[in-house]
Design a protein around this ligand. Structure first.
Ligand SMILES: [Zn+2]
Length: 424
């Protein structure tokens, strides 16, 4: 190993910028899931030219998949001269909606000094581009290596990953017999290793009442008041209990090192009318009120305990509050994932960060989940991290950008990781 690889990566700065711009200029908005085939085709053309065998995999039947919005994924693999470990870089190709507040063209990929602007620049087309430049440069520098390099570009991470990594994992692409090391270049920062993420439990709770004329509410039963009692119970008993629970996971920011819950939405009574409706509401006691909760939990908690805690509070209300009744529907659940600090991919990337930046890596965990959950739960592969360039706080924001110097440093860390794992 030498610094020759680093010099080569520095020399490919323009290629890195150009690739990042090409990727940003394909608007892969999700929802609805646009242009997945176009971005996979672009990557496949490029990687086939570098000797990768490319497979296009559509997640038929996954949520959101249709002939109009097909969920296409790419898996590209290049085997070395002899069998050995496979290092897999997985990036999602989808980006979230643009939103308001932009001063740049969200799909223009404008370069300004060290920055490239655009939706998906940091989350995570910059990371995808850095991993491709790292792999290409490694292949230029070394004629032979043992093992294999894989690069996947996958759909739908922003909507749960069911049409992307989850589908590939179900097809066996993340079987530990096939892939040994996984790096997901999400924008955690060039000197931070993300070991995993908290879990999530989403549910809709409905309180029920009885419709009546609004002038005689005593003849009905107000579902919104019952929901008020639910929220009061959460304030008095659930939120203080959650605040007591701290995790040993290195979750950042610090506020997410405890259990949290967001009340995602609330609705009761008549449907809201469109803004151009000029009529007045009818006078009715609401017979239904619904909230959606987003409960994020720690690896020390179990998902069944999280659910049972909420059920027991609701059952207590049912036993003590006259007329109270409820229904609850689970929307989704995600298990927490946490890779050991001494797992081979972690120690190798940590050493590569020292090699490139001359300082120790910081270890973090993510407050929200990402595709590691599927690699862990479905693939049964526990040697997986998120590592990539970019400032996490810029993800999903207006004027999102990625720094070119950061991408170059991350590409060097990824290249050095390939050297350490594939050169024997
Ligand atoms: Zn992302």
């Amino acid at each position: 190993m030498s610094d020759a690889l680093f010099a080569r990566i520095d020399a490919r700065r323009d290629a890195l910028v150009a690739l990042t711009q090409e990727l940003i200029r394909i608007p892969t908005l999700n929802p609805p899931g646009e242009n997945y085939r176009a971005i996979c085709d672009l990557l496949a053309r490029r990687l086939e030219h570098r000797g990768f065998a490319c497979e296009m995999i559509r997640a038929h039947g996954a949520p959101g998949d249709s002939d109009r919005f097909p969920r296409w994924n790419l898996v590209a693999r290049r085997d070395g001269a002899a069998p050995g470990p496979c290092v897999h870089f997985n990036s999602h190709t989808d980006v979230v909606e643009v939103g308001s507040g932009w001063t740049r063209d969200p799909f223009g990929a404008e370069q300004d000094g060290d920055r490239i602007y655009g939706r998906g620049a940091c989350d995570m087309k910059g990371g995808l581009a850095a991993s491709i430049i790292a792999a290409e440069t490694f292949l230029e520098e070394y004629n032979t290596y043992t093992g294999a390099i894989e690069i996947s570009a996958t759909a739908d991470e922003e909507s749960g990953g069911y049409g992307g990594v989850a589908h590939l994992a179900e097809q066996g692409y993340f079987d530990p017999a096939r892939v040994q090391h996984v790096i997901i270049p999400e924008p955690l920062g060039k000197d931070r290793i993300c070991l995993g993420h908290r879990g999530g439990w989403w549910a809709e709770i409905e309180t029920r009442g009885e419709i009546a004329h609004g002038s005689m509410p005593f003849l009905g039963d107000c579902a919104v008041r019952h929901m008020g009692a639910v929220l009061e119970t959460f304030e008095a008993r659930l939120f203080p209990a959650m605040a007591q629970r701290r995790t040993d996971m290195p979750v950042v920011p610090d506020g997410a090192r405890q259990s949290t819950m967001n009340i995602n939405s609330i609705h009761g009574g008549q449907p809201e009318q469109p803004a151009d409706y000029t009529g007045l509401p009818a006078h009715c006691v609401p017979d239904s009120c619904r909230i959606v909760i987003d409960r994020r939990f720690l690896i020390e908690e179990g998902v069944d305990g999280v659910r049972d805690e909420i059920l027991s509070l609701l059952d207590h209300l049912k036993a003590t509050r006259p007329g109270f009744d409820y229904a609850i529907r689970e929307i989704n659940r995600v298990i927490p994932s946490m890779t050991d600090r001494d797992a081979p991919v972690v120690t190798t990337v940590a050493q590569a960060i020292r090699d490139v930046m001359g300082r120790d890596a910081a270890y973090v965990a993510s407050p929200g989940s990402y595709d590691q959950k599927h690699i862990d739960r479905i693939g049964k592969l526990r040697n997986c991290i998120a590592y990539g360039p970019g400032v996490l706080e810029l993800a999903h924001k207006p004027d999102e950008w990625v720094g070119i110097a950061d991408m170059l440093d991350s590409a060097k860390v990824m290249g050095r990781t390939l050297e350490r794992l594939l050169l024997g």
